[in-house]
Design a protein around this ligand. Structure first.
Ligand code: SAH
Ligand code: SF4
Ligand code: F3S
Length: 439
């Protein structure tokens, strides 16, 4: 049997797209190889969000090129966002690539394999069709992703996503409820809704069959056997009262929200075209916490956006401190070809960016530890994902607030266990399982 090896870069969208890619390759009769070395077909699902993502992938591609030189029958296939950003120029710069496709045309990979590689080499389009009906090889038995929309209508000046994933398209809600029901029937208890801008869901659906994000949450919450509902990423601008109310009232909606701040300076936020300012963000957090008091909040922050002054950065630290997030992904600003911010003439020097991000990371750690320490003594419901990586007598899972919890005695994967938290670091909670696991 011919074998493939897939390497995935980037965000959860890509991780989920890769489940479809694996499903397609396997239904075409290919088996999975343990390494690119042993594979006849080397596949990459790429990301291009920052320069580093490009760099890491290009390193892998050059290894694959060396393998192909040794065995010219090998095939190299490149999908994902970097691929879409390059389009046909990809084949000029990297003639070793046999086939390439964008994130909106995953199904074309199946056509290519089915045709024995006799199709044209490139298939790019920012939107072809949802991958919802494609075969899928799910990575985890009890957790699943559900793509509710694709693309993004925002115009954040630093971001390349709208140009590689296209305009926002929502999947019809009935398809989503059907897919969620199928997943639950198959043993899934936790579903994470995926979209670049999940809470603007539905606006492009036909009027006579349109529901918004709040109603979607309510309908999915009604599915018997679905214990946990998560979603990522929402945009602060689309947190209407209706959405907050739905999240607060639906039992399955987990008490965790990833709410990207990007910057705490209103001046920078304006240049980023985020459409909210510092005060509106802080007020939103206030409304969310009033409705869902124990919610865990995580965020994304970009350091060193063009023109960011020491005062702007101090504003970011101040908002971070005021909100007291549970955790954050911190990014050094990276200019992306074709974006508005890349053309701004006041780029911040690398040394300044690096020094600022270090200060921010210290603050992130401080708050992470503080927020976790406040949970010592509480009981957290944990969905078991396995055992500790270092000790198989210790169970490992996630709380509803999305924190990693280590506990003993261990319990079967997929069980829900109540754990009394006894200790906390900035990364994990540790505790004791209280009652027999709910299977
Ligand atoms: N659609 C999501 C995620 C976008 S990409 C959202 O809007 O929340 C994930 C994160 O990467 C962004 O939130 C942003 O913090 C970061 N990012 C995007 N473009 C970047 C760039 N050019 N340089 C550095 N970080 C960037
Ligand atoms: Fe990029 Fe902004 Fe869209 Fe997020 S909302 S994907 S940061 S353009
Ligand atoms: Fe990267 Fe594309 Fe996701 S650029 S972050 S894989 S949407």
């Amino acid at each position: 049997m011919r074998r493939y090896h897939l390497t995935t870069f980037g965000c959860q969208m890509n991780a989920h797209d890769s489940e479809r890619i694996k499903g397609l390759l396997e239904s075409a009769g290919l088996g999975e190889a343990q390494s690119a070395n042993e594979a006849d077909v080397i596949v990459f699902n790429t990301c291009t969000i920052r320069e580093r993502a490009d760099g890491r992938f290009l390193q892998h591609l050059s290894n694959a090129r060396a393998l192909k030189r040794r065995d010219p029958d090998r095939r190299i296939i490149v999908g994902g966002c970097w691929s879409e950003s390059m389009k046909d120029a990809l084949f000029e710069e990297h003639p070793e690539v046999d086939f390439a496709f964008g994130p909106g045309s995953i199904a074309r990979l199946g056509d290519y394999i089915g045709a024995g590689g006799s199709l044209p080499r490139g298939h790019f389009s920012t939107f072809d069709e949802f991958a919802g009906d494609l075969p899928m090889r799910r990575e985890r038995p009890h957790q699943a992703w559900l793509q509710i929309s694709m693309g993004c209508n925002s115009v954040c000046s630093y971001c390349i996503v709208p140009s590689v994933r296209g305009r926002e398209r929502s999947r019809p809600w009935r398809d989503l409820v059907d897919e969620a029901e199928r997943l639950v029937a198959d043993g899934v208890r936790e579903i994470t809704l995926l979209g670049q801008n999940v809470n603007s869901y539905g606006r492009d659906l036909p009027v006579d069959d349109r529901i918004g994000f709040a109603d979607l949450i309510r309908r999915l919450d009604g599915i018997d056997g679905l214990d946990r509902l998560r979603y990522t990423s929402p945009h602060p601008k689309d947190f209407t009262a209706d959405v907050i109310a739905a999240l607060a009232s639906c039992a399955s909606a987990c008490e965790h929200m990833h709410l990207p701040l990007q910057s705490g300076s209103s001046r920078v936020l304006k240049r980023m075209r985020r459409t909210y300012d510092r005060d509106r963000f802080v007020a939103l957090v206030g409304r969310i916490r009033a409705a869902i008091p124990d919610i865990a909040l995580t965020t994304d922050i970009i350091v060193g956006f063009p023109g960011e002054s020491e005062q702007d950065f101090a504003d970011t630290l101040a908002v971070y401190d005021e909100v007291g997030f549970d955790h954050a992904f911190t990014f050094v600003y990276s200019p992306r070809r074709g974006t508005e911010a890349a053309a701004m003439d006041d780029q911040v020097a690398d040394v300044v960016k690096r020094e600022r991000v270090e200060r921010l990371v210290d603050l992130v750690q401080l708050h992470a530890h503080r927020r976790n320490a406040a949970l010592v003594g509480t009981v957290q419901e944990v969905l078991v994902e396995g055992v500790s990586r270092t000790d198989s007598d210790v169970g490992r899972g996630r709380s509803r607030g999305n924190k990693t919890v280590l506990f003993s005695p261990p319990a079967p994967e997929g069980a829900l266990v109540d754990v009394r938290v006894e200790a906390a670091t900035s990364q994990t909670l540790r505790g004791v399982a209280l009652v027999a696991a709910r299977q």
